[in-house]
Ligand binder design. Structure first.
Ligand code: SF4
Ligand code: MSK
Length: 637
């Protein structure tokens, strides 16, 4: 295949070699299906197609020559806004569904019913409990866990008053702004159902009111993300820096390779815990190197952050993992798991194992997680992978040798710990001083997915290098962080190679003080998609210390290859939190100039943050740097 065509699909060399292999073997991948879909529907792209009732589907003519209203009279603004809101509600349901699952586990753990899920981080449990206003003195860990879990589950209900996970984790200024706009969410499930209600046939038809509803639901999404992070840390431990390798070169021909994929650590963490007990079985089955766990997408991020499980690949390249011919089982929970994986089972020996009752795939084997007996379930799944090892097809095996060192595990707590090495009394001071002095121009959080419409990783890598050159401190989560891992950007060497002088000096000073004998990595990997909440915690701490609100900080966000509904809900809470937020893929809102203007301009007056839509990565950097400089000016820096 032509090299240019290849790099239009992915700039990751390992992925490129597997794309070539798939072509040779006549196997269809995500990029082929994207091509088969061309031309994609222009109405859909612009957000101008509505099928919210059986009188539709209705389409609005963007060129004004045809109908300007659907059968019910809904115009372009209403239809575009409603469609956007239905994406936000999808994202919110997914993030908070993940958090609710963990809350149930914590509740049962506290009752002594889920023995395999003891509290791993009692300090985090106490910190979360205190933040929520729970008295911690004189209570056992089980009592506290029970109270936190009960409160967490109440946060989904039709409760009165603000959602605690949102209200207790942002600045006072944000709470005031949200209250003034009437967008403070109560229960998360209530926010979800309210948004489904108001986007139903014949309910909310005012685009401004609709978008305010979208902001409210996105704040419920934020609450769900933060709860997801908190509860995962309580149950599985708060991440600390770990060193590992990333990319497909981590696969081992002589080991049983098991890929952990999806989002929730509820099963994957247990698999990591029991894998040692199964090594002997693997060796007896002929796998001389035992069992090799690897991660994909955000489940991969969860086990990378807490256990150093090597990240294999992400998002659009998940099919390519199977095409290596050595993945014996791909164990999936939920979210971002493409159904096409099952098609590959015809050509490869890999077992695709679904594990959640809400996420089955026709053609996959279903081995459901039973939390009452999680370790046994995990062992059964590993046994199944060992069986599959014996069915490998040697002629199909081709492991790319690309891999690079990666450092991950930068939870908020770990970052504060590293800063304490510089100033034990006042850990945020070195960070703030360097922002004030201009050694650090600002902070950028890179988040979100890969998207088959964008050459995989190209926007992430181009933008990170450019922002770092301009002395912007970079945080990353989700598949974006995975992309940086696969391209060697989560290393001290990347700091040497790409950081501007000011940033390099700061990362070196902190790294040396932390005993690393060199700088911190160029980019700090903070975890999975829900862990964007960790980045908010840092920004909120800095804002509180400076006594300004979040919308005054030189902090920006970017999802340069955004894809899922979850990315849309996160982007919406990021702008609501006051951040200029870049998206590198045009969202389906351009059919309404009014909605587009509300999101990219008017939002600034309402919440301080706003969307920047720019598909060119270098131009996007210019705009983000401009936004950072404007904020610095506002602070008198
Ligand atoms: Fe058409 Fe209105 Fe029904 Fe949408 S809700 S499909 S615009 S009639
Ligand atoms: S997994 S939501 S493709 S980041 Fe969180 Fe990656 Fe996006 Fe899924």
């Amino acid at each position: 295949m032509d090299k240019d065509i290849l790099s239009q699909k992915s700039i990751d060399k390992a992925c490129q070699s597997m794309i070539k292999k798939s072509e040779k073997e006549g196997i269809e991948t995500i990029w082929d299906r994207l091509e088969n879909q061309q031309p994609q529907c222009g109405f859909g792209e612009l957000g101008l197609c509505c099928r919210n009732c059986l009188q539709g589907p209705c389409r609005i003519d963007p060129f004004k020559g045809g109908p300007q209203e659907g059968v019910c009279g809904a115009n372009a603004d209403t239809i575009v806004a409603r469609n956007l809101l239905r994406a936000i509600v999808g994202g919110t349901a997914a993030h908070s569904g993940h958090a609710k699952h963990l809350a149930h586990i914590l509740a049962k753990s506290a009752q002594g019913k889920y023995k395999d899920y003891p509290v791993k981080d009692p300090d985090k449990l106490k910190a979360v409990a205190s933040r929520l206003g729970i008295e911690t003195e004189g209570k056992s860990i089980e009592e506290l866990a029970g109270e936190v879990a009960r409160l967490a589950l109440e946060e989904f209900s039709d409760k009165e008053g603000p959602n605690l996970w949102a209200a207790t984790t942002v600045t006072k200024g944000r709470v005031e702004t949200f209250s003034k706009l009437g967008v403070v969410p109560g229960g998360i499930d209530s926010a979800i159902s309210e948004l489904m209600h108001r986007t139903h046939y014949g309910v909310d038809a005012d685009p401004v009111n609709l978008l305010l509803g979208g902001i409210k639901c996105s704040l419920a999404d934020y609450a769900g993300c933060h709860m997801g992070t908190d509860l995962a840390d309580i149950l599985f431990g708060t991440p600390q820096p770990v060193v590992t390798d990333a990319n497909m070169g981590v696969l081992k021909e002589n080991a049983v390779n098991i890929a952990l994929h999806g989002h929730n650590p509820a099963l994957s963490d247990i698999i990591v815990q029991v894998v040692k007990e199964m090594e002997e079985d693997a060796r007896n089955a002929g796998a001389s190197e035992g069992i090799n766990l690897v991660g994909i997408c955000c489940t991969g991020n969860e086990v990378l952050m807490r256990h150093g499980v090597p990240p294999l690949t992400h998002s659009v390249s998940q099919e390519l993992a199977i095409i290596t011919g050595v993945i014996d089982a791909m164990v999936v929970d939920y979210q971002c798991v493409v159904p096409s994986l099952a098609n590959l089972m015809e050509c490869y020996h890999t077992k695709l194992i679904t594990t959640m009752p809400i996420a089955k795939i026709a053609g996959a084997e279903h081995m459901e997680l039973n939390e009452e007996n999680a370790r046994e379930c995990a062992k059964d799944i590993i046994k199944s992978a060992i069986e599959a090892y014996g069915k490998r097809r040697p002629e199909k095996i081709n492991i790319p040798d690309n891999k690079c060192t990666s450092i991950a595990g930068f939870s908020t707590e770990a970052i504060v710990e590293a800063l304490k090495k510089v100033d034990s009394e006042d850990p945020l001071k070195p960070l703030i001083d360097n922002i004030v002095k201009g050694n650090i121009l600002g902070v950028c959080l890179f988040a979100g997915c890969n998207n088959a419409k964008v050459p995989q990783d190209e926007n992430f890598v181009t933008m990170a290098k450019e922002m770092a050159k301009n002395n912007v401190l970079i945080l990353a989560t989700g598949c974006g962080a995975g992309s940086f891992a696969r391209h060697g950007l989560l290393t001290p060497q990347a700091t040497e190679d790409y950081a501007g002088e000011g940033l390099k000096a700061v990362l070196t000073a902190i790294g040396e003080a932390a005993g690393l004998n060199g700088p911190l990595p160029l980019i700090l990997h903070m975890g999975s998609c829900v862990d964007n909440s960790r980045a908010v915690d840092i920004a909120v701490a800095v804002a509180n210390k400076l006594d300004v609100d979040l919308d005054k900080l030189p902090v920006v966000a970017s999802a340069p290859e955004a894809m899922t509904e979850k990315a849309i809900s996160i982007g919406t809470w990021a702008i609501s939190g006051g951040l200029p937020t870049h998206v590198g893929v045009a969202p389906n809102v351009l059919g309404s100039p009014l909605v587009a203007e509300l999101l990219t301009e008017k939002a600034k007056e309402l919440v301080g943050g706003y969307f920047i839509v720019e598909t060119d990565p270098l131009k996007a950097c210019e705009k983000l740097l401009e936004a950072i400089k404007e904020r610095r000016k506002g602070l008198g820096l």
